[in-house]
Ligand binder design. Sequence first.
Ligand code: MN
Length: 344
Amino acid sequence: MLISQRSCNLLFSLILAAVSGSRSLTTEGPQHFTGPSPSTCDNMTLRSIKRILPAQHPHWVGDGFRVFPVFANMAFSEELSPFLMFDYAAPKTFPSNKRQPLGVGQHPHRGFETVTLAFKGEVEHADSTGETDIIRPGDVQWMTAGRGIIHQEFHSKEFSKRGGIFEMCQLWVNLPKKNKMTKPRYQPIVDKKIPIVKLPLGSDKEEDSGYVRVIAGSLGNTPGVAKTFSPVELWDVILPEKSEDIDLPFPPDYNCIIFVRNGGIDVISEEGKAQSVGPQAVALMQRESGEVLRLRSTVKDTKVLIMGGRPLEEPIANMGPFVMNTQKELMQAQKDYHSGKLGR
Ligand code: MN
C-alpha cells in the first residue's frame, strides 16, 4: 500500500529524527537504531498484526484492584520483551469507605520496574526508600525496583472517603541483566509534565482530532518524559471521535503491543486489510514487518495504549514479585527478602 506523498515526507522526517538521537535524551546507555534506514518512501511499509489477544477475565489484586491480566498466558515471554506483565483495572465504582483504604499491603519487588498509570481515582504509595506519593488521574509512577524495594499500594485516603470511579493500569517492565541490581529509583511523573503530540502527526489542528501522551520513548521529534534502562516506548493515545487513518512511526525492530483501553480500532495492514481490535484486547504486532503503524478509531471515545521496546533477549526467570534471569537469582531474592536484606 502506498503512503501518500505528504504523509510519507512527514513520516520519513520523523523516522530520521528518531535515528538522529532524540531517543538518547530519555534513555540511559548507548542507543543504536538498528532498523532499516529508509532512503525512499517505497521502503516504508505498514506493520502487520502477529496475533490478537482477546479481552481477559478479571481477578482481584488485594481488595482494591479488580484487574484484567491483559497479557494472559503471554506474560513474561520474550515475545513481549521488555514488557513482562500488564494488569488493567477497568473503570469500576467504589462506594465511599470510611475504614482502612482498600489495596495491597507491603510486598517486595526485585529485578524490574513497575509502571502505574492512573486514569481515574488515586493510588497512595509508600516504599522502603522513604518515598510516599499520591498518583492522581493522568499521573504516571515509574518505579525501578532494581535490587529491591518493599512497597504498599492503596486507594488514597481522600478517594476512599469520597468513593467514585477507579481506573488505572500497572505494567511491569523488565530490566536488562546488567541493571537488575541497580539502586531503586522513583520517577513521579505528573500529568502536566507528559508531552502531548496532536494527531494526525504534523497537524496543528485545534479541533479535537486526537492526541498522544508520550510517556516514554519518543514520537517523531517529541521525546517522552520517563527515563528507561533500555529503549522503551509507552504512548497513551486518545481518540475522542471516529478517525481517519492515523500513521505513527514505530521502530520496526522493537516489539510492539497495542492495547485498546476503551472503544475500538482497526489496524490496517500493508495489504490494506483492516483488522478490528475491540475493547480490552491486544494487537501484538509482527517484528520487522514495517516502520509505520496505521490505525483508526471505529467508535467515539477510543483510548489506546501503544507500548514496546527493544527485546532484551535475555533469559526471564520470574516468581511472584521477583523477575531475574535464573532460578538461582530468584532463590537469592527470596532469601534476601526473608532475612530482611531486600529493600534495606
Ligand atoms: Mn507492587
